[in-house]
Write a protein that binds this ligand. Structure first.
Ligand code: GLC
Length: 547
């Protein structure tokens, strides 16, 4: 079999709202992304994944899709999407689009039709409508709660003006769940896949990939979850990870396989890692995010486990694992690592919380360097290559995350602040007019891409070096596996892979290199912080190799 590009690819997540704004309305757009594609090529990534840019009222930043086959005017036109894909391909970059099959927007034409139709009609059957409980149907059909807090059901007013049925929404009220028991929903999504494959998309990131299939009879839940991420064993809500979901990927895989060029899908499934392998295989999905690495606390044992276990699971399904540290749903890793170890990952950062920014960035850079040495695919989130922190100081009235509106949690806007490109330009180069849908903090000036470019030791140059070496040394490939160094000094995580000795000093004191078995005669080819010849500095990662 020829080499399948996704197996060891580095994929860069572009969040269209916040990447680059070409028309000056303060909201990023597709032409803005196209202009910046050479930056991604130079960074050394293989592909980009675009978060949703489809027609949407933006109640969940585009994850509420009103038309899966059209571009929202805020982001451009279908012709702009075509131009983006074509330019990316010219530059040797693959393009993944985000598919959101668990729910649509309530503004989707089919939901509007369902709303207008009578209970029991085929229109209603596209979504999950039920009668309420209680004498007059005044209680929701079951006790499920929304991931964004509050009830997972909303009652509708029927055509005759009476209070009527309820519809299910695992997320916001404006995001009704599709009824995947209905073959028409299957047909609809098969069409959506083909639409983007025909336009040249190289594959899909599948949103809430553990959703879709609901348990028969929609019984009450014994554990109800609020929050999307970090769901421990035994606490996965009843509406996730049901067996029927896998059948959907078994249906989709042959569609992708009809096309040339190794089209692929990567699943977003926040479920315990031992459940993931059942989703992966040559007759189902290609890969899934491995969130265990993102969730691993700083430390030798925790991080080692978060590497060993997925490697073992990946071997079993013959599909390399993936690595990810940040995305648009979690507190940016440069900030996360600056917190006490027990801190949560999601729901944002409040103004009162004061992580150690310097320590956070130091550890984040070390964790990234560790990640980029590992076999498998790696997913980066825009701005992490600049070392961007989570932004806490966003006025409440500008926050858009539905979880903030519904429950008052800070929410995820803090990791979605527009990218600083140019230190002394309006909106730091994000937008020609200086407009920005979320305010950028003053601290963004000092970390703008132009300030870091070509500067030895900057976070951007560390990413570039690591990505280029990773490609040159083929570190993404599995070949000879990963061997942990068992007798590394206390507090140092060390492993050998692809001829590189990778060592992370997780302690707050320098460790003499001479104490690291196997390091004699090797030289440092990449480092997450300044190194001198004799030590691995505190909270720093190094790559060592014969030079
Ligand atoms: C996924 C997305 C998240 C969105 C949710 C509902 O988890 O990553 O941003 O809010 O799905 O679509």
């Amino acid at each position: 079999m020829s080499h399948q590009w996704w197996r060891d690819a580095v994929v860069y997540q572009v969040y269209p709202r916040s990447f680059a704004d070409s028309d000056g309305d303060g909201m990023g757009d597709l032409p803005g992304i196209t202009e910046r594609l050479p930056y991604l090529r130079d960074l050394g990534v293989d592909a980009l994944w675009l978060s949703p840019f489809y027609l949407s009222p933006q109640h969940d930043a585009g994850y509420d899709v009103a038309d899966y086959c059209d571009v929202d005017p805020r982001f451009g036109t279908l012709a702009d999407a075509d131009a983006l894909i074509a330019r990316a391909h010219e530059l040797g970059l693959k393009v993944l689009v985000d598919i959101v099959p668990n729910h649509s927007s309530n503004e989707h034409e089919l939901f509007q039709r369902a709303l207008a139709a009578a209970p029991g009609s085929p229109e209603r059957d596209m979504y999950i409508y039920r009668d309420g409980r209680g004498e007059n149907g005044e209680l929701p059909p079951n006790n499920w709660t929304s991931i964004f807090h509050g009830d997972a059901w909303t009652r509708v007013t029927e055509a005759d003006g009476s209070l009527g049925q309820w519809y299910l929404h695992i997320f916001d009220t404006t995001q009704p769940d599709w009824n995947w028991e209905n073959p028409a929903v299957h047909e609809l999504f098969a069409g959506v896949l083909r639409f983007w494959l025909d336009r040249g998309a190289d594959g899909f990131r599948v949103d809430v990939a553990h959703g879709m299939a609901k348990p028969a009879g929609l019984p009450d839940a014994t554990v109800n979850s609020a929050g999307l991420i970090d769901i421990p064993e035994g606490e996965v809500p009843i509406y996730f990870d049901n067996d029927g979901v896998v059948e959907i990927y078994q249906e989709w895989r042959p569609i992708l396989d009809e096309y040339d060029g190794d089209r692929m899908m990567v699943l977003e499934a926040w479920i315990p890692e031992h459940r993931l392998p059942q989703y992966i295989g040559t007759d189902r999905a290609h890969q899934s995010f491995n969130f265990g690495f993102l969730q691993a606390r700083w430390g030798v044992d925790t991080m080692r486990r978060a590497i060993e276990k997925p490697l073992e699971l990946a071997d079993a399904v013959d599909s390399p694992t993936t690595w990810v540290l940040s995305n648009h749903d979690v507190i940016r890793h440069a900030t996360r690592y600056g917190f006490a170890p027990e801190h949560r990952f999601g729901e944002g950062l409040s103004r009162e919380e004061t992580p150690d920014a310097e320590l956070g960035l130091r550890r984040a850079r070390a964790a990234t360097l560790l990640m980029l040495a590992l076999p498998g695919a790696a997913y980066l989130y825009q701005g992490e290559e600049l070392g961007l922190p989570e932004v806490a100081d966003i006025p409440d009235e500008l926050r858009e995350d539905p979880a903030h509106t519904r429950a008052g949690v800070p929410g995820r806007d803090g990791c979605r602040v527009p990218i600083p490109w140019v230190h002394d330009a309006p909106a730091y180069g994000f937008s020609p007019t200086g407009a920005s849908w979320l305010p950028q903090p003053e601290s963004f000036g000092a970390v703008a891409a132009d300030i870091q470019e070509g500067v030895d030791g900057s976070t951007l140059e560390m990413y570039r070096t690591a990505l280029h070496l990773r490609r040159e040394l083929r570190l993404g490939e599995h070949a000879d596996g990963v061997a942990f160094v068992e007798d590394a000094p206390e507090g140092v995580l060390a492993l050998l892979h692809g001829g590189v000795l990778v060592a992370v000093n997780t302690t707050d004191a320098d460790v003499p290199l001479a104490e690291l078995p196997g390091a004699a005669g090797l030289g440092v080819i990449a480092a997450s912080g300044p190194v001198d010849a004799d030590v691995i500095p505190a909270e720093t990662a190094v790559w060592l190799r014969e030079i």
